[in-house]
Design a protein around this ligand. Structure first.
Ligand SMILES: [Fe+2]
Length: 154
């Protein structure tokens, strides 16, 4: 993700979020097939559905504001840069750690957009709702990693 600058428009920021969402979807799709524990897999499938819904809402918002949503092809560029290396990772812990980084970034970007002054109301409403979802995802992943770390210490 590019470094966020104050001169970016809301449309630019929403398109950054869209790129992040595509990245999350790709990563979660990879994770679903790699996490061995069925309970964790079910949670990750739920998170994947959240991200599919979110990207669709973000694309609608961008169009509503007269912009053109970032395409999934941008994701390929990010993958080429090696940002998402999940396909090369093995083990539930590594998958969860990769998810944690992605969720933290998403949560941070949503919060920064939500904090902007003069934000159109529909954007603010969607940012707040998505932020709550991203916080839930991030918290769950952090808890699962902590629980696994505790198990290993026993
Ligand atoms: Fe998420």
């Amino acid at each position: 993700m590019a470094i966020m600058r104050s001169d970016k428009t809301v449309l630019d920021l929403l398109n950054e979020l869209i790129e992040l969402e595509y990245e999350a979807i790709e990563a979660y799709e990879a994770a679903v097939g790699r996490v061995a524990e069925s309970r964790d897999r079910a949670r990750i499938e739920g998170f994947l559905e959240d991200h599919v819904r979110q990207v669709s809402e973000l694309c609608a918002l961008v169009r509503q504001l007269g912009g053109e949503p970032a395409g999934a092809s941008d994701l390929k560029q990010m993958l080429k840069r090696g940002k998402v290396v999940i396909v090369a990772l093995f083990g539930d812990r590594k998958v969860l750690e990769a998810m944690k980084v992605n969720e933290a970034e998403s949560e941070r970007l949503h919060a920064r957009i939500a904090a902007r002054p003069h934000l159109p109301q529909p954007v603010r409403t969607v940012m707040r709702r998505h932020l709550a979802t991203e916080h839930r995802h991030h918290t769950w992943i952090v808890d699962r990693l902590d629980a696994r770390a505790s198990q290993l210490r026993l």
